[in-house]
Design a protein around this ligand. Sequence first.
Ligand SMILES: Cc1cc2nc3c(=O)[nH]c(=O)nc-3n(C[C@H](O)[C@H](O)[C@H](O)COP(=O)(O)OP(=O)(O)OC[C@H]3O[C@@H](n4cnc5c(N)ncnc54)[C@H](O)[C@@H]3O)c2cc1C
Length: 458
Amino acid sequence: MFGAERHHAYNRVLLSTVLAGGLTPESIRLHDTEWAQTHRVELRTGVAVTGIDVSTRSVHLGDGAGHRYDELVLATGSRAWVPPIDGLLTDDGAHAEGVAVFRDLDDCAHILRLARPGSRVAVLGGGLLGLEAARGLVGRGVRVSVLHPVGHLMERQLDAGAGAVLGATMGRLGVDVRLGVMAKRWTPEVGLECDDGSLLSVDAVVVAAGVRAETSLAAEAGVEVDGGIVVDDRMGTSNDRVHAIGDCARHPGTVSGLVQPGYEQAAVLADLLTGTDPSARYRGTPVVTRLKAKDIDLAAVGDAHAEDDGTSEVLRLEDPHRGRYAKIVVRDDRLIGAIMVGVPDAAASAIQLHDSGAPVPSDRLALLLGRALPSEAGGAIRPDSPARLPSAAVICRCNTVSKAKLVAAWRAGAKDVDALSRVTRAATGCGSCRDAVSGVCDWLNAAEPGEPEQEGAA
Ligand SMILES: Cc1cc2nc3c(=O)[nH]c(=O)nc-3n(C[C@H](O)[C@H](O)[C@H](O)COP(=O)(O)OP(=O)(O)OC[C@H]3O[C@@H](n4cnc5c(N)ncnc54)[C@H](O)[C@@H]3O)c2cc1C
């Protein structure tokens, strides 16, 4: 296993929490040398693969060495995209003075060096990453402006109504949100000039303008690339000895840039390469996006952009003064999309309904209000009854901890929420699943002294 970063693998999703000061870099580490030895992995950190020779089945390494393979797995992720704005990059393509991106641990440390309490920072991009960075920095006493070229925040996941509620909430938390504005030129001594004629005298610029799949190795080796490395349901590429998973892979119908598809793809590929399950196939992952920002509860599920076109029902509840917005899109009695801002109970129900594919309760409005517990008669899942959750249900999305993992940890001796968190890392990310973990724990403890009854019955 070769990794270009000098660090051992860590949970990248939790970098936002590190930036906000809620976690240390050490606490998000996923493995170390001991892990590698125990699992008989030959692990080389700080070593980039610089080329692939598919004819000899070998890779070239940055330290000049080479390495043969029988099967090659590309998990090269994605990299931050820097838009062509004057002054952001030096002539040799490096980040200019005062400019940072937000992709890895070193970037995180760089941002924290630039953004001292009391300093002024512009964040380019009001998507998920930019907003998490902005919220984290404001919490550290930095004065932050977010520049977003579109008319509302997080337009990929949110509609205009939800975006407006989110913008107002960010404003209340101290973030200066500027919509429909693009940066034009960055000069460290002058500041950031914008296309609306304004000049922001900021000390640093954090670029969060999107990511691009890291596909250069594959493309140079002649493996088919189209926005990402093109893969099939077996995670196979156009070369039968080369496989790709995670952000760098492009699987039809899968939204990339989120961690859960990568974990599921890795599991399928491991089953296939080891022969554990030759029938394993990856069929896509339901998309759930959560904003990990203190004092903001936001979830976007599935396709929430649909409008009421006769084939789907769209219900919306707006309470902008209290920072709340709830929208569901229902087709054939199934939830195909939802946007939930400031309504955590409704968000929990919506995520479970979307993940399980269970029928939406007939009282749609109660679901929007977070009061609806889907009718058991209809076979749906009550958010408060872990016994009915399928084993594979993901309880903690930041760390991809399923109900089955929690049950296994409980059986191995982790009998309270803190112990379950320590062992599985559940609830150590954004923390929004802590109640759910507690619910699973209570249910398991109530089932003592015997084994928990039939799990995953639903
Ligand atoms: C701050 C932040 C917050 C995020 N929050 C969320 C979230 O809440 N939910 C969510 O689902 N997703 C989130 N994401 C996205 C998530 O982190 C990615 O989807 C996930 O990390 C992709 O995993 P991966 O293994 O495919 O790629 P990566 O995690 O990018 O790992 C790829 C690794 O390969 C290395 N590499 C690249 N090229 C080479 C080479 N030639 N040789 C050797 N090594 C190489 C890279 O250095 C990198 O270490 C977040 C991302 C960031 C940056």
